[in-house]
Design a protein around this ligand. Structure first.
Ligand SMILES: Nc1ncnc2c1ncn2[C@@H]1O[C@H](COP(=O)(O)OP(=O)(O)OP(=O)(O)O)[C@@H](O)[C@H]1O
Ligand SMILES: [Mg+2]
Length: 263
């Protein structure tokens, strides 16, 4: 991959610069700036309605920022469609999993495999052997991810029959099919039983060690601190505090926002 900067320069993987998002005149995200280094793991916490999910939507492209810029791997992406951002390696999961309910777990993974430009034409031009080879590749990749996420046992089960926690794993599996460099996780632990939370944390750490950068939204500050060295706390669209996790947890403004109880 071409690199616009001199070797050794620490160019952030993701650079969010003074981004705002407005819903009908209401500023849900207000002039938010932060950077994420390659292979970094960053946590975002904040009260309900603070603007965390909206910020993810702006970064991943479901929502257009009303002001500010977003750059990924040195490229301005603020105007790109979500699939174009995904192709660059930037993907997200949703707070409420968006699985295809009638498809099996395996089919859900295969359905999120990258689409080629002009898929129809491409498919028509590919000879049968090339198409079979591509299908084999995708199947092998899906198998690998299903094994990694301990989903092999339920791979032929329709997604609608899964538990909430298993759906969260499928959500992660679907974005892994895209071979991302950066994953934005929106409350991956919400509604997941404690045993699965531990497993899911281990999966995230293992993926991070393989080089994937993460931004993780989570209400539970201590759980987040266990996972990430650096934290952002948002409140009413603004960044209240950001930096080293312990410093952020000790910040009086954070204590007040969490009404005297940092949990
Ligand atoms: N589609 C929408 N249209 C109008 N307002 C919205 C929309 N989505 C979110 N909002 C509002 O924007 C604000 C930020 O919402 P957002 O979902 O980003 O918060 P959040 O920090 O993710 O909250 P939670 O922790 O509850 O998930 C809230 O006041 C919410 O009501
Ligand atoms: Mg949210």
């Amino acid at each position: 991959m071409s690199h616009p900067h001199a070797p050794g320069a620490t160019e952030p993987l993701l650079a969010v610069d003074r981004v705002s998002c407005v819903y009908d005149g209401f500023k849900a995200v207000d002039t938010v700036s932060f950077t994420l280094q390659p292979r970094e793991m960053l946590g975002i916490a904040g009260t309900n309605g603070a603007g965390k999910s909206t910020l993810f939507a702006a970064i991943a492209g479901q929502q257009t920022a009303s002001a500010g810029t977003i750059a990924f791997a040195g490229q301005l992406i603020s105007r790109l469609e979500p699939y174009q951002r995904a192709r660059l390696g930037l993907v997200r999961t949703f707070q409420v999993p968006r699985e295809f309910k009638s498809l099996t777990v395996r089919e859900n993974l295969l359905a999120s495999a990258p689409n080629f430009e002009g898929e129809q034409l491409f498919a028509a031009l590919m000879n049968t052997r090339a198409r079979q080879a591509r299908e084999q590749d995708l199947n092998a990749k899906a198998d690998e991810i299903l094994t990694f996420l301990n989903l092999t046992k339920v791979c032929d089960v329709p997604a609608r029959n899964l538990s909430g926690g298993q759906k969260k794993l499928v959500e992660l599996g679907r974005v892994l099919m895209l071979e991302p460099r950066c994953i934005l996780l929106d409350e991956p632990f919400a509604g997941v039983n404690p045993v699965l939370v531990e497993q899911l944390s281990e999966h995230i750490v293992a993926l991070n060690q393989k080089g994937i950068a993460f931004v993780v939204i989570e209400h539970h500050l201590q759980a987040l601190k266990a996972l990430t060295k650096r934290l952002i706390v948002m409140d009413r669209g603004l960044i209240l505090a950001q930096g080293d996790s312990q410093t952020v947890l000790d910040d009086p403004r954070v204590q007040v926002a969490y009404m005297g109880g940092v949990t």
